[in-house]
Design a protein around this ligand. Sequence first.
Ligand code: SF4
Ligand code: SF4
Length: 433
Amino acid sequence: MGNKTFVGGWHVWSHKELTRDAAIVAAPLPPRVVIPLAQHAGIVCRPLVKAGDTVLTGQKIGDAEGLITAPVHASISGKVTVVGDALHPVLGSAPAVTIESDGADRQDPAITPAGDPRGLSRNELVSRIRAAGIVGLGGAAFPTHVKLSPQKPVDVLIINGVECEPYLTCDYRLLVERPDEILDGIGLLQRAVGVEKVYIGIEDDKPLAIRTFQKRVSALKLPFSVVPVEVKYPQGAEKQLIKALVDREVPPGKLPFDVGVVVSNAGTALAAAEAVFQGKPLYERTVTVTGTTVREPKNIRVRLGTSFAELIAWCGGTTAPAGKIVMGGPMMGLAQFSDAVPVVKGTSGILVLSTAELVLPPEQPCIRCARCVDACPMQLLPYAMSLCAQMKQAERARVYNPSDCIECGVCTYVCPSKRRILEHIRLLKVGAK
Ligand code: SF4
Ligand code: SF4
């Protein structure tokens, strides 16, 4: 019997060989950072500093009232030069704090180790994680303290170590380089959620990560199950991982806690450990900078607010003009309109595609081969939604539930007629057809 998995999906070309063996390196301190006040799902922070203020690394510079939000912190020490709208890799433009570095990287003295976190209550753990501005680092940037306080009883914590997006390897490198800190973080998340069962899902094309975790879990006698899952895209999507690991189906429109599960990314567990053990706010993260034309693709620990352009230059630039820069991977990433955008909490990768890689063959008529149907992880009828969109029949398409589409892009990837199925579905979802 093969490893655990879900119905549908596809084996996509991974391109991970570009950075799989590239150990994480720290980027030089940037001379200037632009830190958006909206780096998470939920309410945008209000600035707590003004132009002319001096700030320290790790100092809180933005926060908001309300449940679904997370504070933001200075990632370098220096002087605030601007508080106002700036480029944003997801929103286009958003309020941000610009800081010019003093080159000293002076840390906020408020950042101190918590001592022994075993003495902390569940509420104290959650509030430390909120205070550190921890959000899901897999890309969705949902505030972690909210996930840790589910509105329904849960009995399972799943740690997502899958990283199924092609090209990206930053989570893989964290798994092999910092397993004990990740395990510490998983223990904290387990206590914060109050569950006994913990599953760590890792795709079986990462044997070193699986072996490393199995050995450490066994050596430390931790009550966690390390579960290899089949290599298949989108294995790392929440609903698909839950199905693979605990055989529960999250109904359309529902969330993991509706089936008793909380899912957290492995990198998020590490950030939680740093927040609770060291008191360190989330002001840096690991990012994969990659692409076939990038001279030295790397996994880099980066201060938030560093521009994409600086990181690409630090990787030696490119051997050909960039045709497209994507935040994230090629399947679910976001194409950027400028390389001046800053790294935010949700930036897992910076993918540079050359103009030659962007040439798309012309779309052909659907030949009803049903490949897209077989591959759809949500058991939808992608071809039918695509045809409705092209015929401008949004009303008729509603019967096919386009809102259940998780925009994984597998249907487009597998279509022999090169139909831009996901583009069509997105148009249906925004009601543009
Ligand atoms: S219809 Fe949506 S969920 Fe299904 S394969 Fe296409 S993009 Fe993925
Ligand atoms: S994969 Fe393409 S050609 Fe085949 S049924 Fe789907 S849309 Fe039609």
